[in-house]
Write a protein that binds this ligand. Structure first.
Ligand SMILES: C[S@@+](CC[C@H](N)C(=O)[O-])C[C@H]1O[C@@H](n2cnc3c(N)ncnc32)[C@H](O)[C@@H]1O
Ligand SMILES: [Zn+2]
Length: 229
């Protein structure tokens, strides 16, 4: 029937290769960018779901505790933000997707769907090219002075912004209207200093997920309001 035919066909979900089997799209090799990297083992069409980023699913607090004693000048991390509650630690039970380096001229992008993290090709990728997505590691008001040095980017892209952090430039501190009590200040510092210890990749994906949650609850509220009349 005409009305049925007009109905939008539901988009078929993209299928990712089995995360625990050898990946058909890339191989892990030494990278000029940093340590190991992932390189296309064949031409990859735009839109391909290349991999799922897997590992130990933990809370932000667990991630903080796990990497508490680590050197703050060592930026190396396999942590990936899923949402406001969950972080994936690719360093524990992870797969080779954890070796995909950051690139400011990304040919891949990370996406969070139903709490799972995928790496998709956002353009045609030629065989042999290194895969990279923008980590957009979030800045924190308690970041050390040399944070830009610690998170310096070596991707080599023509438009490399020089940092894996986002925003690229450190925002200027806002002027405080009222001075808070000393006790309140130091309590806040302690918590944030702990959080600043190890940063987590893909802030962008987390922001998207957080926005989605906000949109959903706004819709629910609107429905409730409508039902109330
Ligand atoms: C998820 S690992 C990527 C794999 C890493 N190359 C390895 O061998 O373990 C992320 C870490 O790699 C390093 N890294 C990735 N991309 C980088 C880049 N563009 N510039 C500098 N270091 C980078 C940083 O230390 C980052 O924390
Ligand atoms: Zn760069």
């Amino acid at each position: 029937m005409a009305t049925k035919a007009k109905k939008k066909a539901k988009k078929a979900p993209k299928l990712a290769p089995d995360p625990y089997q050898p990946n058909p799209w890339y191989v892990v090799r030494n990278s000029k960018v940093h340590g190991k990297g992932c390189f296309a083992r064949q031409d990859i069409p735009k839109g391909t779901r290349i991999a799922e980023y897997v590992g130990d699913r933990i809370t932000w607090d667990e991630a903080d505790t796990r990497y508490e004693g680590y050197d703050v000048n060592d930026n190396h991390t396999f942590l990936f933000i899923v949402d406001r509650k969950t972080v994936i630690d690719g360093g524990v039970g992870g797969n080779d997707a954890r070796y995909i380096n950051h690139s400011c001229g990304e040919n891949c992008s990370s996406t969070v769907e139903k709490g799972r993290v995928y790496i998709d090709a956002n353009q045609f990728i030629k065989k042999g090219e290194e895969l990279g997505y923008d980590y957009q590691i979030g800045r924190d008001k308690n970041d050390p002075e040399n944070v830009d040095e610690i998170y310096a980017c070596r991707c080599g892209a023509p438009k490399c912004r020089g940092t894996m952090l986002w925003p690229a430039k450190r925002p200027k501190p806002k002027k405080r209207k009222k001075a808070k009590s000393v006790a309140a200040k130091s309590a806040g510092k302690k918590k944030s200093a702990k959080k600043a210890g190890k940063k987590t990749v893909a802030k962008k994906a987390a922001k998207k997920a957080a926005k989605k949650v906000a949109r959903k609850s706004a819709k629910k509220a609107a429905k409730r309001a409508a039902a109330r009349g």
